[in-house]
Unconditional design. Sequence first.
Length: 697
Amino acid sequence: EDGYRLWQRYEQVQDASKLQAYRKAAGEIIIQGNSPTLKVAQQELEMGLNGLLGQAVPTTQQPTQQNILVAGTPSTSALIKELNLSDKLKAAGDEGYLLLTTTKNGRNYTVIAANTDIGVLYGSFHLLRLLQTEQDIAKLSLTSTPKIKHRVLNHWDNLDRTVERGYSGFSLWNWHLLPDYIDQRYIDYARANASIGINGTVLTNVNANALVLTPDYLKKVAALADAFRPYGLKVYLTARFSAPIEIGGLKTADPLDPQVQAWWKQKSDEIYGYVPDFGGFLVKANSEGQPGPQNYGRNHADGANMLADAVAAHGGIVMWRAFVYDDKEPDDRAKQAYNEFKPLDGQFRDNVLVQVKNGPIDFQPREPFHPMFGAMPKTPLMMEFQITQEYLGQGTTLAYLSPMYKETLESDTYAKGKGSTVAKDIDGTLYKHTLTGIAGVANIGTDRNWTGHQFGQANWYTFGRLAWDHTLSSEEIAEEWLRMTFTNNSQFIAPVKSMMLGSHETIVNYMTPLGLHHIMGWSHHYGPGPWIKDKHRADWTSVYYHRADEKGIGFDRTKTGSNAVSQYFPPVAKQFANLKTVPEKYLLWFHHVDWDYKVNSGRTLWNELCYRYSSGVDGVRQMQQTWDKVQGQVDEERFQHVKTFLAIQEKEAKWWRDACLLYFQTFSKRPIPQDLEKPAHTLEHYMSLDPKFVPGI
Ligand code: BDP
């Protein structure tokens, strides 16, 4: 049990009566039709059922038994057609499916029906999940459809196989051996994605390399696309804006230059020659040194539209990122994306999505939602979440991110009055968009267990599940994942689920409580570095964000400060701008607050900061205790892996707490409350450590 099998372990069902019921229901499997997608659905059902039921289930073409599992579409399966499901299937759309139990001609059917082959595959995974999690399947009657159309992983993978902000080994894509060698990992990767409804993957880093657009690489890309296609997983690439110069020999990449436009058009045609169902481009432009339309005095819409025109005839899309900032916005980096993009609302082509990070800075442990959500009615906005834990302890930290994703999705923008949640902007219901999308920056690499930390798998899983249906709760998703990944034993599930649900808050407490942000070590973003200052860009330092002084701490984003709060719709802006009503979790994000200010607990801000940091450390210790108690209920290999990583996390938590409190104390000049554990070392000691490594403390 090294974690390779993810949540697709298909171990024999332990509950005897469930096992009996499942064995009875699936006397044989019938899938009529033989597209590559139906083939993999059949393979998956066979493999899954053989494992879960502990016996081989025959696949037949016509009913021979009393109890039958049938999967298919009315167009290729006569059996499905005879069941007359057309009314119900209308609601299933292009990717959805029905699961139901019914009888016909004296036989009992468990039915997976869809309008498309990919719907059948998704339905097959759903049925397997029901068995894996030991649910009742006697009276099935459900329809499931995705709420968002493009559910995409973003791999920040470089062509040399290093991964930007990747903590689980190297890139999965073995460019050297492609296109000839198809690693089984590619197939297992596609299976895992299909099992949670992910239908797209951007293979390359947003800090793009134009080489991937050259024929040698495109052949390799095509081989991956071929391997993924049966699983409904489309391939996308990042487009380096200056590619026409770098690989096209042009003098400019100006998006309004006809030669440049023709070059992208021809390049797109070439790509579609290799990959007929190529998804399109993801673009980072004019951000962190990447080239873009502004280099030529053009704007983001000019750039995005040029690429959109190049792929439009082939049905491709452009995902244009709104993660932009430079020194043009001297008073507050948080404001720049909104200021640059909002005026362009209505100017983007129909096949452009603007991809916005969940918060206005950069994947901090906690951020308020990005003010662009709700603010661009004429432009479909796509969510970008980070699954890889760049700012959340990276590969060694147990952080279940569903609560963080949900916090953003459920935030109310008030764009069209109460109930205008971020999720409704993303799923198209707020402004009636049909082009919708959500992206997650992948945490997957060549590590045997895919994600480095065993629990990192839960974040890949939860991203897919929420992309399909953002109304699912964090708790439901955690429970599913635990049951499939470890065991259905409730003595294991209950405590470990609650450990997962609290894990994100625990990390926020020991890293950036009360709305603090961007106080991590320079460049690698791992350990604490609240003292980082005097760099060539102020907005890359920590002091720019926490602004601690003798009076207090926090970034004043109200009228008396940067007024970033005014970018939100009035009810939200009003709530955030008022010290009395701002949610405490965002307190120091929006306000510079006196050390002696009384917070909700009745403590002074300084004391509250001390308690929060300490409770973060305590939280990790509780996680350790919880985990220790489940020893013996899961395999020793994964048990020890998690235990060891939790011990590292406990060191990290102390390090963050001590370093941050000692540093902030130089401003507050107040004591750490007596009843709290004292820092183990001096501030000088922590400042002398290399924050890339967990110190031996
Ligand atoms: C930041 C990362 C950087 C990425 C950038 C981005 O530190 O490595 O290139 O985001 O999203 O979080 O483009």
